[in-house]
Write a protein that binds this ligand. Structure first.
Ligand code: NGO
Length: 497
């Protein structure tokens, strides 16, 4: 426990969290309710109060956009002017030093004199800004001026991620979500240091990205190339990499309905709105399949600055194993030509990154590693945000089981599949499939509060996290979500403050 004087200065929510039982073996003392928990945190003497005449200082041009983002955020709820200046100030952001903390690491010092946040890169500063937000009272998240006071207890944090890939996936194929809705999904996730947005852009039910050389693919509810560019730009401003997924060779009914010539029998399929999987396949023996794939990959790769192009590869139950391998080998060549790295679900037989998703198919994950791929861990019984919390959850599926908040949090990527170790793993991802989810409220209800837990698993060292400590910290985030009008599941497992 911090000393009395400090405790008195802490916000009610943080205080509630700090009084909750915490595992004695934890590295950091019970202190502010941060998610993800930092690699190292020490509560120090005194406290800092943001005053009406405070400024945000940033010396480098590189850090200036992050300083502006922070200023915009704090201005909304404090009502203060908070000018950004090019000299040290009450809040100082520094892009320099701290090389040993890597690209995303940062140090954050809060003393009565001010806040100093330093990192090697602007990205590291951005991650640290998310921590700073959480050190402030929950009302800081409000979109209208609040009374304050804006006080932070003294603290010294040194932090860096465990894994470089901490993703969320949104299925915009089963139900379409607009650019604005995707932006909000990004905004909420980056607060938990998520750095990848995987967009599941195509499936049996819909093709959601304009492909200029195949104009019939995308229907009314889809992203124009400019829409997609805008998502990519918005994500990049928040240091989030977009990974586009074009699911193949199965999950392709939308394409097979739009173009008869992609079918082996030359007959266009009927549009599909159901929830069955595994019934569609591109025609592996037709050359036009690869012209199609080459066009799609070329156009999507050109719009995507990130290194990965995901070609799905899951549940190709209507493609024979021989055809499947043949197809993936050609797909690999095409992705190579367009300068991207191939990513896919665990079934995929080539590519740099495979995504483990079926708890009962650990062999697929092991096979991917054996052929040299890295894994992104998304075991459905832990990380799928579309699984119901309980029997009575209004939305969602339950094929992988019911996934309460503790189930989604209390596992470790390096021990969840026998034979898979830390060095085989690129990171974690929380997929949100939308067969049953048609509105942003439904998305948020399924993602919160599970998404922050997956983000913490990807960021925090295994040694500093435990369920008992986490549930107390998570409780303090309820008011933060309420301040942003987030719909979330009030799990009885969490002692909401
Ligand atoms: C599976 C399937 C998806 C479903 C999802 C529902 C993968 C990789 N393929 O996950 O098509 O939408 O389950 O939970």
């Amino acid at each position: 426990m911090p000393n009395r004087r400090l405790a008195a200065l802490m916000t009610a929510s943080a205080l509630a969290a700090s009084c909750a039982p915490s595992a004695p073996e934890l590295a950091g003392p019970a202190g502010p309710a941060l998610v993800p928990v930092p690699a190292s945190l020490r509560v120090t003497e005194g406290a800092f109060t943001l005053a009406a005449d405070a400024r945000i200082g940033v010396r480098s041009a590189e850090g200036a956009p992050v300083a502006e983002q922070l200023a915009r955020l704090l201005r909304r709820s404090t009502g203060y002017a908070l000018p950004v200046v090019r000299e040290p100030a009450e809040i100082t952001l520094e892009v320099s030093g701290g090389q040993e903390l890597g690209r995303e690491g940062y140090t954050l010092d809060v003393t009565p004199a001010g806040v100093r946040l330093a990192a090697a890169t602007a990205e590291g500063v951005f991650r640290g800004v998310q921590t700073l937000r959480q050190l402030l009272p929950a009302a800081i998240e409000s979109s209208t001026p609040q009374p304050g006071p804006w006080t932070i207890g003294g603290v010294r944090i040194e932090d860096r991620p465990r894994f470089p890939y901490r993703g969320v996936m949104l299925d915009v194929a089963r139900h379409f979500f607009t650019v604005e809705q995707v932006k909000r999904y990004i905004d909420l996730a980056v607060a938990y240091k998520v750095n990848v947005l995987h967009l599941h852009l195509t499936d049996d039910q819909g093709w959601r990205i304009e492909i200029r050389s195949w104009p019939e693919l995308a229907g009314d509810d889809s992203y124009s190339q400019d829409d997609y560019r805008e998502i990519v730009r918005y994500a990049a401003e928040r240091f989030v990499t977009v990974v586009p997924e074009i699911d193949t060779p199965g999950h392709t009914n939308a394409a097979l309905a739009a173009y008869a010539e992609l079918n082996c029998d030359g007959v266009a399929r009927e549009p599909y709105e159901g929830t069955e999987v595994g019934f569609s396949s591109l025609c592996v023996d037709k050359e036009i399949t690869y012209r199609f794939l080459d066009d799609v990959v070329r156009e999507v790769a050109a719009l995507t600055p990130g290194p990965y192009l995901n070609l799905g590869g899951d549940e190709a139950h209507s493609t024979s194993p021989e055809d499947y391998e043949k197809f993936v080998a050609r797909a690999q060549e095409i992705v190579d030509v367009h300068g991207k790295q191939l990513m896919g679900w665990a079934e995929i037989t080539s590519g740099a990154v495979a995504q483990h998703w079926q708890p009962r198919e650990p062999d697929r994950a092991r096979a991917a590693v054996a052929r040299g791929a890295k894994l992104v861990m998304s075991p459905a019984d832990r990380a799928y945000l579309d699984m119901k919390y309980t029997d009575s959850t209004e939305y969602g599926l339950d094929w992988a089981g019911l996934v309460e908040v503790s189930d989604s949090y209390d596992w470790d990527p390096a021990t969840v599949v026998e034979g898979i170790h830390e060095q085989d793993i690129l990171g974690v991802e929380a997929p949100l499939w939308t067969e049953t989810l048609a509105t942003p409220d439904a998305l948020e209800f399924m993602a919160y509060p599970r998404l922050p837990g997956i983000a913490e698993i990807g960021w925090s060292p295994a040694t500093v996290r435990s369920w008992e400590d986490y549930r107390a910290r998570l409780a303090a985030h309820g008011p933060r979500w309420s301040a942003r009008s987030v719909t979330f599941y009030r799990s009885p497992e969490i002692p909401w403050s």
